[in-house]
Design a protein around this ligand. Structure first.
Ligand code: 13P
Ligand code: SF4
Length: 308
């Protein structure tokens, strides 16, 4: 992208934002240019908190489907736009509300914790939501001793390490984090023996076992800023390195695996943000009966706050 073309796109987005009283929220895995134009860049929990408290009339949500849906659930009366409607999270698609209702019948004594990477309809069938930053805290806050945890088996197994409750994991996973292998980390460590290994809890258990630190993307940002270490091997979606490098120009970051790319997170771009604001597309709505029940699960999570 030439500098002149880029500057023109940015100017147009700023004009449209003002004209429509809009705010742009972007996840830490978005393309660099999308992160740079956003009003707030953060992890799933931070983005939900922003959506709940922001007073703009329009929210342009640069992330994936479940994140925009959460914003629509939390900010009734506002217009939530997704620039690219096909930016869908494959892990969220690994469970349906019907699947969950069936499983709840098998374990009537269990509470249901839904990772925010789920549809609104699945959240509506859950007791409480969590993100990767507060999953352990949410599980431990429950009265029940048995927890059905959907849909990420890796986050479920990670949470099991820090609770006496019995967790029943769903068999879902993030295809992007599954591409990070222990061998990738060991190879990087050979080249950078001083580097701290920081990974996301969506990684496989065998990757978590060899990491120094396990954190959500928001947790990684605050940890790295405070850490005396100068070099880091980062085990999560590679978009994370943009923000880490921007915020910490004196530190060095290596991706654990260059293959850890989420194609869905990379769909939004400056052109589609402009089209979203010009054409009021794609408006995300949630049926009211679902929204009210899903909101209860999200509100309970927001009360729990951050865990990392
Ligand atoms: P967090 O940013 O909450 O850590 O979530 C990671 C993720 O995969 C979102 O899709
Ligand atoms: Fe879904 Fe994984 Fe992409 Fe996040 S990184 S949106 S969990 S596929």
């Amino acid at each position: 992208m030439s500098q002149q073309y880029y500057d023109k796109r940015i100017t147009r987005i700023l004009e449209l934002k003002e004209a429509r009283n809009a705010v742009i929220l972007a996840h830490n895995y978005q393309r660099g240019e999308v992160q740079d134009i956003a009003d707030f860049v953060g992890d799933s929990l931070g983005l939900s908190q922003q959506a709940a408290r922001h007073d703009a009339e329009v929210i342009v949500f640069c992330g994936v489907d479940f994140m925009a849906e959460s914003a629509a659930i939390l900010s009734a009366g506002k217009t939530v736009l997704m620039p690219e409607i096909s930016a869908q999270c494959p892990m969220a698609a690994m469970i349906t509300p019907e699947d969950l209702v069936r499983t709840k019948k098998e374990y009537p004594e269990a509470a249901v914790v839904a990772y925010v990477n789920t549809s609104a309809a699945v959240k509506a069938e859950s007791d409480i939501c969590c993100t990767s930053s507060n999953a352990v805290q949410v599980v431990n806050s429950l009265d029940e001793d048995v927890v059905i945890f959907v849909p990420d088996k890796n986050l479920a197994l990670y949470s099991q390490r820090y609770t006496d409750k019995k967790i029943i994991p769903w068999d879902g996973y993030c295809p992007t984090h599954h591409q990070i292998l222990p061998g990738d980390i060991l190879l990087m460590e050979e080249d950078h023996p001083e580097a701290e290994v920081v990974v996301h809890p969506e990684c496989k258990p065998e990757v978590i076992d060899i990491a120094d630190t396990v954190l959500s993307t928001g947790g990684m940002l605050s940890h790295v800023k405070k850490s005396p270490n100068k070099e880091f091997i980062i085990g999560t979606e590679v978009g994370m390195l943009h923000r880490l490098r921007k915020d910490n120009p004196d530190k060095i970051f290596y991706p654990a695996s260059k293959y850890a790319v989420c194609p869905n997170m990379k769909m939004n771009n400056l052109e589609s943000i402009i089209a979203a604001l010009e054409e009021n597309r794609y408006v995300i709505t949630v049926p009211e009966a679902v929204r009210v029940r899903a909101r209860q699960a999200l509100d309970r999570m927001l009360e729990a706050g951050r865990g990392d």
